[in-house]
Design a protein around this ligand. Structure first.
Ligand SMILES: O=C(O)CCC(=O)C(=O)O
Ligand SMILES: [Fe+2]
Length: 340
């Protein structure tokens, strides 16, 4: 049964809702072998899921998805490979997989000090973020020989599971927008999606004093972001995740529910265009833990998967208003301005 944390899940996941990001159980779709196309084919549970999903995205542009069917083992394997890459490989080895600045067409590794995601929002002097990352974009996935094999296998392996979830979210979204369930399929036959492995090292005081945070305020550029946080695998109360969402000018901590394998999802700019602003591409950031706290001494790992439409797709608002945006050109233009 679909539910948000404001009803039956309240006892369990109240914190997440209290912080403004609704929790949506997507099992009524995710467990199906094929996805429904016509509204009359929806079960009662599916209708409730559609309603909860549409409400969440209209209110916040964010939803914490639970019961999505991706196994803990797939996520754990991807996190383990990411930790091995960032923590165990020497810098020279990691740099073998650097093919240029963040957003370089080949994908690969970007050390700290290069990307300042705040620059994507016209903040041309935003400092570098406190993060290193490894990106498997479509070109990287097509050229395994150019990439670190253990990370490739596990991160790309996980991304194939996340791709099914993308289809599930598109189907639920289409119904929530009064469209046929397969409306978004033709725009995702060869999706320009990006699997990103992010590592936020323990805080370095001098960089913090220079104004850097772990990942500065930005909106995501493409379709849905499906974000896995390592804390979600531990099964216990997690407290603030570091991820903060801006609601009405105020920063709110995202806190995960303690069951259901939560994944944080949000829409990027292209879906705001698609929905003619009905759903918002919401500002978010990864804030530094308090100085000298235990969390400030720890690494933080996350696995954001950005679902792109096909690079050549033209995104036209579904209500016919506004101008078309070319998906590939929009992404390129954003990536090109995010390096320090
Ligand atoms: O690491 C996170 O929690 C979020 C990262 C993020 O917002 C992004 O990669 O776009
Ligand atoms: Fe983001």
């Amino acid at each position: 049964m679909a539910q948000t944390s404001s009803d039956a899940r309240a006892g369990e996941t109240g914190e997440a809702d209290a912080h403004g990001v609704p929790v949506v159980d997507v099992s009524s779709f995710a467990t199906q072998e094929s996805l429904p196309v016509k509204p009359e084919d929806l079960s009662e549970d599916q209708r409730a899921t559609v309603q909860a999903w549409g409400d969440a995205l209209t209110r916040t542009g964010f939803a914490v998805v639970v019961e999505h069917g991706i196994a803990d083992d797939d996520l754990r394997a991807a996190f383990d490979a990411s930790k091995r890459f960032f923590l165990e490989l020497p810098s020279e080895e990691k740099l073998k997989y650097n093919y240029g600045p963040y957003g370089t067409p080949q994908g690969g590794y970007t050390p700290q000090g290069i990307e300042g995601v705040g620059r994507s929002l016209d903040a041309a002097d935003a400092p570098a973020d406190l993060v290193e990352s490894y990106v498997f974009n479509a070109a990287a996935r097509a050229n395994p020989d150019n990439h670190e094999p253990v990370l490739f296998k596990n991160a790309v392996g996980y991304s194939t599971k996340a791709t099914w979830l993308m289809h599930v979210l598109h189907c639920i979204s289409a119904f929530a927008l009064d469209l046929p369930g397969n409306f978004f399929d033709e725009f995702h036959t060869n999706p320009d999606s990006v699997m990103r492995c992010a590592c936020y090292p323990p805080l370095d005081k001098s960089k913090v004093e220079g104004g850097s945070i772990r990942y500065s305020a930005h909106t995501d550029y493409q379709g849905f972001t499906i974000l896995a946080l390592e804390a979600s695998l531990d099964g216990g109360p997690t407290g603030p995740t570091g991820l903060q969402v801006n609601r009405d000018g105020e920063w709110k901590d995202v806190v995960l529910p303690t069951s259901g394998n939560p994944l944080v999802t949000n829409i990027g700019d292209l879906w705001q265009v698609w929905t003619a602003g009905r759903w918002k591409s919401t500002l978010h950031r990864v804030m530094n833990p308090p100085a000298d706290s235990e969390a400030a001494k720890r690494y933080r790992f996350s696995l954001p998967y950005f679902t792109g439409p096909n690079a050549e797709a033209n995104i036209v608002p579904i209500d016919g208003s506004g101008e078309a945006v070319n998906a590939g050109e929009y992404l390129r233009q954003k990536l090109d301005i995010t390096n320090v």
